[in-house]
Structure formats: structure tokens, C-alpha cells
Design a protein around this ligand. Structure first.
Ligand code: ADP
Ligand code: ZN
Length: 601
């Protein structure tokens, strides 16, 4: 097993659980595997496929996913193909023939296609294993339910002796049971690996209004020059405005949401995968098909509605194990809107509960990774050191006067105002609405002029968290002072607020001018040879373009990194770099060695 891992994938060791999972499959037993995105699921069935006779059938829900996997396998010299409706008939016919001749180690297939092949192709070939990728799609409880997945129970019936492995990155208890039941898995062990992704930094920015968000985003992207990232937005129109804003500022970006045609969506996706655009502004519709390993950051323009969605989305950063940065913008208006959605949804109780857990993450003043992992039922021994709370623990101050001003303005406006109007009153901004209602005559009009609007939004969010007022969702989101609020308002209790820090985006790593090479908090030593890294990156891009495959499939960012540190001078040393198998060694070694040699001279 280790030998095959090294030869084909270039890795020296298995990650936790991989070996057990593979052994279980080699023993012809079923299994359910839960690993986070980037955890290393693919090898769990790809390696057995190489070791067993015949062809492994891999069911995958999206053509783009199949394409990516097949390209990656072929780049490692493994015979693989994807049978799907995108191919022309000759291509599909060739694939079938290769399977029948036993020449294909892995065949990727969509679930609908699978159903039509069960009684034809599958009867003519030797099947080694079935792997069901993104297995949560089988369950109505999951968020990506696919009706076609529901018919796959037939596999066990038709092929009782061939082991089935189901893999997913998201599955709560109900979904897990659903997968096992519907696929008729035979008393399978459930392999659950840790969901921790220590290479992802976690940051929350609270209380930003649109303008500051734009500034902050630009600054952030400037620090990630040349690095790919995704910005998730709540609405389709938002994705468009953010992309325009970036475009205007010279940042190459695309848009992805369900309102676009399939063609437009494909274009964005392929531009992103092939590094033709730096940023994708997207709704939650963007993601499952993204196996791109060098996404270096993920930003949430708006807060997601649950931790599951959030974790899935940030998981798309740093799949190669190198650092990835994640940033969430959290604002009171988002919270109000999301609460409204949850209230209006068919499953109010569940959705409110999910939103609250998400809110806990955003508002945490303990290590944020603890909150995430505890959601998945895990605990960590010590604080992570890679989230903003760990790096910059919050400080509090006596904010009673600030709170009193806000609460008094709410009370004087007879609890008939929402947050925006309240900030206008506090700031003394005579907007038409303010004047029309006569709020400019209130004693508190302009009482909070000394606090900038964005800080007001932040403080209001804090006051809401502390329960000093509530939002009347059924009454135009008007604010109402609570009993706890009255205690502060009438001076019976003090209110401790968190100090707002505005030193924008001090990133987890100090960077030089070319930010591609990073200080690595993980298992890699840092390198100073940024020029070498850049030269290797250019070479990689050239080789990728020649073959019309994405750059990260030629070699991952991590491998480039190791090359720029180790500087191998011989083919053997080149092949010893983790992530370079025999095939890549033979194919690319000489080109990379040439660049390294030139650099070293
Ligand atoms: P998943 O499908 O779980 O999202 P992948 O299978 O794509 O994750 O693996 C994520 C990354 O980790 C890939 O770049 C893969 O090559 C790498 N990887 C997997 N197993 C190992 C291993 N044993 N050692 C080093 N890297 C690994
Ligand atoms: Zn932390």
C-alpha cells in the first residue's frame, strides 16, 4: 500500500484513517467515510482501485468534479475516465471498450448514467469497488439532495459481493443513517476523521457597512496579490455589485449564481480553475464542483445561515494544506434579514437554532475554532492560535454612556425606529425620513455624533447580543428596550462593551512584496527564495497551458513550495519531494531541475 502511494501519488505516509479505510475496502467490506473537504478522501478509493483487479466505479454528482479528478489521476499516470453526457459518443465508446479490456482503473460516472449501465456495461466488465462520492446527496436531510442518488440502492441488489464505499464531507447523524440505509450498506464501519483544518485562519469583521467593506476587501485582496479566492454573498445582485467594484479596481473577477445560464456559469468556473480570473463572487450555488487546490482565501460578504454551510464554504480554501485565510463580515442588518428568513421558513425552530449557532461563532470571545469544532462534536486541547480571538483577545471597557445614548434614543422615538434610523438620530443626520417624523427635534438627536456610524453599528450589534434591546421582527424590525436595557438606561447597572479595533486585516502572516510565499505556521519551514518560487510557478503555468489542464494539477502549490525550499538538483531528489510520483518525476523533472539549476547558479 505504501509503495503504491509513493509511486503514484508521491506521498510517504498515509493521513490518519486512510490506511484503515483502504484496508477495510481491500477486505471487501463496505464503509462510510466522513472527512472534511481537503481531508484526503479520494485516495481512500483510488488506492484500492489501483491495487485490485478490474475497474472501480466512482459515482460523482457533477461533471466538473469528474473532470477534475480524472485530470488529476491522468496527471499521475493512472488510467481513468469519465462517462457522461458531455462526451461525444466516440469518446464514450472508447471508454467502454477500455473498461471491457480491463484497461481502465477508475471509471467516473453520474448517477443517472449509472442506472442505465447497471444492466449493460456493468455486466460486461470486472468491477473492483463502488465509490459513492458526495454521498450526502442521497439524503433529503442534506442540503444537496439529488433525486438521482436515491435510486442507487439497486447496486447492492445487483452486485451483492462488490464492496461499496460512501464518502462525504457533511453528514449529520440523520444523513449518515440515511446513506447507510438507502445504499443497503452491510453493517459498515463509519470512519470519521477530525474536521479540524488548522491551516485555515479564522477572522470575523463586525459591524462594517458597505463602503468600509469595499475598502477592507480591496486591502485584503491587495495583500493576496495573484492569489485566488472566493467571495460568498447572500444575494445574486450582491455578487454582481461586488464583482463590478473589484473589476473597477483592477481585480479580475467573475460572477456565479443560479440566475446565470449554464454556459455563463461554466465560463466563470473554468476561468477560475485555470487562473484566468483571480476572484469569484458567488452565491452558495458555487462550490461543490470546485476541487481547485490552490484557493488561498474565502470571504463571506454576508453571514451564512448555518455553521454547516459556513464550514463547507471556507473548506474550499487551502485544500493543498498550505495556509488559507477566511474572513466573515458580520453585521446587524444581515442578522435581522437571516432571522426573518428563518422565521418565514417552513422549519422555523431548526433554522433559528442553526442561525444561533452561527451567531455564536461570529460573536465568540473565545477561540473560534473551538466553537466550530464543538459544533461537529469535537474538542481541542488548547486554543488554536490561528483565529482573530486567539491572536488579539478582545478587551472590554465601561460603555454605559454609549449604551444609554442609544437606548434613550430608542425610547424617545417611542420604539418606532430600526437600526439605520437610530444611527441617523444618534449621529444627528437630518435625512428626509428623520425630519418627516420629527426625530430631529428629539433631545438625543446628534447625541452620538462623536462615534462614527460604523462604530455605532458595531456597538448596536453588541447591545443586541447582550440583550439590551430586541428587534421586533414582526413590526418592521423596530427596536425595543428590554428590562436588562432599562437597568443600564436608568443607571442601575454598568454595560461593558468590547473595544472596536480598526487596524484592518493584519493578516496571520507577515508578507514581503511578493506575497505568494508565506510564513508557514504548519509543518513546512519557511523559505526566502521568492524569486525561485515565482520562476517555478511560471514554468508550471506554461506546462499546464500546453496540456490544457489547470496549473494545480501539474503540481500543487505545496509541491512548488517544497521545491523552492529543498532545491533538488537530481532527478532522484526531485522524485523524493512529497507529492511527486513516478509519472510526474519522469514527465516534468527535467524542466523543473533546469529552472532550479539556473537559479542556484
Ligand atoms: P477531499 O476529497 O477529502 O476533499 P482530496 O482527496 O482532494 O480531499 O485531498 C486533498 C489534498 O490532500 C490533495 O492535494 C491530496 O493529494 C492530498 N493528500 C491526500 N492524502 C495525502 C497523504 N497521505 N499525504 C499527503 N497529501 C495527501
Ligand atoms: Zn483560536
Amino acid at each position: 500500500m505504501i509503495q503504491t502511494l509513493k509511486t503514484f501519488f508521491g506521498y510517504d505516509n498515509f493521513r490518519p484513517l486512510q490506511k484503515d479505510i483502504i484496508q477495510n475496502l481491500m477486505d471487501k467490506k463496505d464503509a462510510l467515510v466522513l472527512m472534511p473537504t481537503g481531508g484526503g478522501k479520494s485516495i481512500c478509493y483510488q488506492l484500492p482501485a489501483l491495487l485490485c483487479e478490474g475497474t472501480a466505479i466512482v459515482v460523482s454528482p457533477l461533471i466538473s468534479l469528474m473532470k477534475d479528478q480524472v485530470e488529476a489521476l491522468r496527471a499521475n499516470g493512472i488510467q481513468a475516465g469519465a462517462l457522461n453526457s458531455n462526451n461525444d459518443e466516440t469518446e464514450n465508446a472508447n471508454l467502454r471498450r477500455a473498461c471491457i479490456l480491463g484497461k481502465l482503473k477508475l471509471l467516473y460516472i453520474s448517477p443517472e448514467r449509472l442506472m442505465s449501465e447497471v444492466d449493460s456495461l456493468f455486466q460486461d466488465i470486472q468491477i473492483s469497488i463502488f465509490a459513492i462520492d458526495e454521498a450526502h446527496c442521497i439524503s433529503q436531510w442534506g442540503h444537496d439532495f439529488r433525486p438521482e442518488y436515491a435510486q442507487m440502492g439497486i447496486l447492492r441488489q445487483k452486485f451483492p459481493t462488490i464492496p461499496i464505499i460512501a464518502l462525504t464531507a457533511t453528514a449529520d447523524k440523520i444523513t449518515r443513517e440515511d446513506i447507510i440505509r438507502q445504499l443497503h450498506l452491510n453493517n459498515p464501519p463509519i470512519f470519521i476523521s477530525s474536521f479540524d483544518r488548522p491551516n485555515l485562519s479564522l477572522t470575523v469583521k463586525r459591524g462594517y457597512q458597505q463602503k468600509e467593506k469595499s475598502k477592507a476587501i480591496l486591502e485584503f485582496i491587495n495583500k493576496h496579490q495573484g492569489e485566488n479566492g472566493i467571495i460568498y454573498c447572500m444575494s445574486r445582485s450582491k455578487t454582481e455589485t461586488v464583482a463590478q467594484m473589484l473589476q473597477k479596481n483592477g481585480i479580475n473577477s467573475g460572477v456565479y449564481h443560479a440566475g446565470l445560464s449554464a454556459q455563463q456559469r461554466n465560463n466563470t468556473q473554468s476561468d477560475f480553475i485555470n487562473d484566468r480570473i483571480q476572484v469569484v463572487c458567488a452565491t452558495v450555488a458555487f462550490g461543490m464542483g470546485i476541487d481547485k487546490s490552490n484557493v488561498r482565501w474565502v470571504m463571506h460578504y454576508n453571514m451564512p445561515k448555518s455553521i454547516e454551510s459556513f464550514y463547507q464554504e471556507i473548506g474550499r480554501a487551502g485544500r493543498d494544506g498550505l495556509p488559507g485565510d477566511t474572513i466573515l463580515f458580520y453585521s446587524i442588518s444581515d442578522l435581522i434579514l437571516l432571522t426573518k428568513f428563518a422565521n418565514d421558513s417552513g422549519q422555523q425552530a431548526i433554522n433559528l437554532e442553526k442561525l444561533q449557532r452561527m451567531q455564536q461563532y461570529a460573536e465568540s470571545d473565545i477561540c473560534r475554532r473551538r466553537i466550530l469544532l464543538s459544533y461537529f462534536g469535537e474538542t481541542i486541547e488548547k486554543d488554536c492560535g490561528n483565529c482573530d480571538v486567539c491572536k488579539n483577545p478582545p478587551e472590554r471597557f465601561d460603555g454605559s454612556i454609549i449604551v444609554q445614548k442609544a437606548l434613550s434614543a430608542i425610547a424617545r422615538a417611542e420604539q418606532q425606529v430600526g437600526t439605520k434610523m437610530l444611527v441617523d438620530i444618534l449621529r444627528g443626520t437630518p435625512t428626509p425620513e428623520v425630519v418627516e417624523k420629527g426625530y430631529n427635534q428629539l433631545k438625543t438627536f446628534g447625541a452620538g455624533r462623536d462615534v462614527p456610524p460604523r462604530d455605532w453599528y458595531d456597538y448596536l450589534l453588541q447591545m443586541l447580543q447582550m440583550g439590551y434591546f430586541e428587534v421586533l421582527y414582526n413590526e418592521n424590525n423596530h427596536l425595543k428596550v428590554t428590562e436588562a436595557g432599562k437597568n443600564v438606561l436608568f443607571g442601575r447597572e454598568r454595560a461593558m462593551l468590547v473595544v472596536i479595533r480598526r487596524e484592518e486585516f493584519v493578516s496571520s502572516r507577515k508578507r514581503g512584496k511578493t506575497p505568494i510565499i508565506k510564513e508557514l505556521p504548519l509543518d513546512l519551514p519557511a523559505t526566502k527564495d521568492k524569486d525561485l518560487f515565482e520562476a517555478l510557478r511560471l514554468l508550471r503555468k506554461k506546462l499546464a497551458d500546453e496540456q490544457a489542464i489547470p496549473a494545480y494539477i501539474v503540481l500543487s502549490d505545496k509541491v512548488l513550495h517544497l521545491l523552492s525550499i529543498e532545491k533538488p538538483r537530481s532527478i532522484t531528489d526531485f522524485g523524493n519531494i512529497s507529492g511527486i510520483g513516478e509519472y510526474k518525476k519522469e514527465r516534468y523533472g527535467k524542466y523543473f531541475l533546469k529552472v532550479i539549476n539556473e537559479y542556484c547558479q
